[in-house]
Design a protein around this ligand. Sequence first.
Ligand SMILES: NC(=O)C1=CN([C@@H]2O[C@H](COP(=O)(O)OP(=O)(O)OC[C@H]3O[C@@H](n4cnc5c(N)ncnc54)[C@H](O)[C@@H]3O)[C@@H](O)[C@H]2O)[C@@H](O)CC1
Ligand SMILES: [K+]
Length: 517
Amino acid sequence: MVKILTAREMKEIDSKATSEYGIPSLILMENAGIRTVEVIEDLLESSQSKKVVVLAGKGNNGGDGLVVARHLMNAGIHVDVFLLAGSDEMTPDSYTNYQILSRMSRNIFPLQVEEGLDRLMLALLSCDLIVDAIYGIGFQGQMNDFDSQIVRMVNWSKAVVVAVDIPSGVEADSGRVHGEAIRASHTVSFALPKIGLLLEPGKDYVGTLSVADISIPAPLLQDKNLKTSLISEAMVMYWLGPRHPESHKGTFGHALLIGASPGLSGAVIMAAGAALKSGAGLVTAAVPESLLGVVDAGWMEIMSSPLAESKQGTIALEALPLIEGLLGRASACAIGPGMSRFPEAPAILHSVLKKAGIPILIDADGLNALAEDLNILKDHQVPVVLTPHPGEMARLTGKNIEEIQSNRIAVAREFAQQWGVTLVLKGNKTLIASATGEIFLNITGNPGMATAGSGDVLCGLIVGLMAQGLRPLDASIAGVYLHGLAGDRAAGIKGQRGLLAGDILNSLPDIMQQFER
Ligand SMILES: NC(=O)C1=CN([C@@H]2O[C@H](COP(=O)(O)OP(=O)(O)OC[C@H]3O[C@@H](n4cnc5c(N)ncnc54)[C@H](O)[C@@H]3O)[C@@H](O)[C@H]2O)[C@@H](O)CC1
Ligand SMILES: [K+]
């Protein structure tokens, strides 16, 4: 499993490497510098003159930059070092490296002097490569005007920019950028990727990302207390192997979908299609009776069940006994797609959660019903998966969308832990929070997938995988990953603008097939 780290987790790892294993922090800094130099030397191979500018800040990131400068000088490369802070502000390890470098070279220039920026400008004009060691993972918030001016000069330059650990100005935990930040062509991050390198807007500043071993002892990087992971192909492969030759349709479960209302029957059809294509053995759509024909026409392969309906054509409370019977025959259920909002919806949802003996996924209008009364969740005995987009998450939490989007991991984790559910927070880089506080970040998918019905496909995919016996958390992780891959494949054929949810659905079998090897 690929772990990704917050700044605090990385700092704890660094300090344990020193306190528990006795690796001096200067060695970690030396390794960080050497590994960055390896990347730089590859990049400089084709350039004739080989001139480098190193920008070093006051923290340990600046110290890494000073190590880089020393090794490049030793390799015969012309290096100009510019210091954003006085030596009295440097951390102890940075100061040690500053002293060593001062004995080796005169090309170390303070920037906070009158001619500082002019000299930098000249150096930037003639260099091939710039090393950004201004700020690392210790940075938060916004740079001051002076630093911002330097960042703008770097971003304006035509030289290749290599960021040490993280582009300066990007927040390591969130990827947020509040003012200026270095636009790197390459970023060399240490030990494990930091979360902010993978999330927009930070991700857009990273360029090509490499992750370098700086000799942190492996057990520290595999610690089970590291709670954030990147979803990988290997994880999904593990759950979706080849099928046993003796299997029959009963082996692959029975997915039940409850939803639809006049004008919104397509949502259940999309979800049913995804459940079928996920490999579920049987799929039943339970919909208001007047919509039965429409939904039946959607797929020949599904079964359907007519539910008693209100005057408005939405599911009526009288449908509950039939729903209870259906729940008894299914192996997983999704409630909500196209269900619409109506006064009885919370009571229907509540009853489903109380009666069910199978995992329940709540999506779309099911989530809106839940937002009316979150206490409904108190009664659940079975695993519950929620799949909100940021707007639905806002209704569930009472927070506004901006609060949610700027704090996706923390908001999702808190909710999932508080209510004991698996929470799939959709959006750019959908993430899954487990009831135990783990986070799984997905990086498949593209903006073309922000289209009507895309969420219904995801809902069907996850419930279909749950019906086949995947744990709800695993089904959510696999579903989100496969949904993104199918969307990427569909975008490759149709482009992002013309992409429809049906195209995601049509790409699913090819994607699923890759996992049957
Ligand atoms: N043992 C370690 O801790 C190691 C650290 N390493 C490097 O050290 C970096 C982390 O070092 P530091 O924790 O010293 O942090 P930084 O080098 O990122 O420096 C942050 C400094 O800027 C200040 N700061 C934060 N936000 C600011 C803002 N908006 N405006 C102005 N100043 C701001 C902080 O208070 C701190 O003094 C890593 O990114 C990595 O490059 C590596 O050398 C490997 C070993
Ligand atoms: K940096």
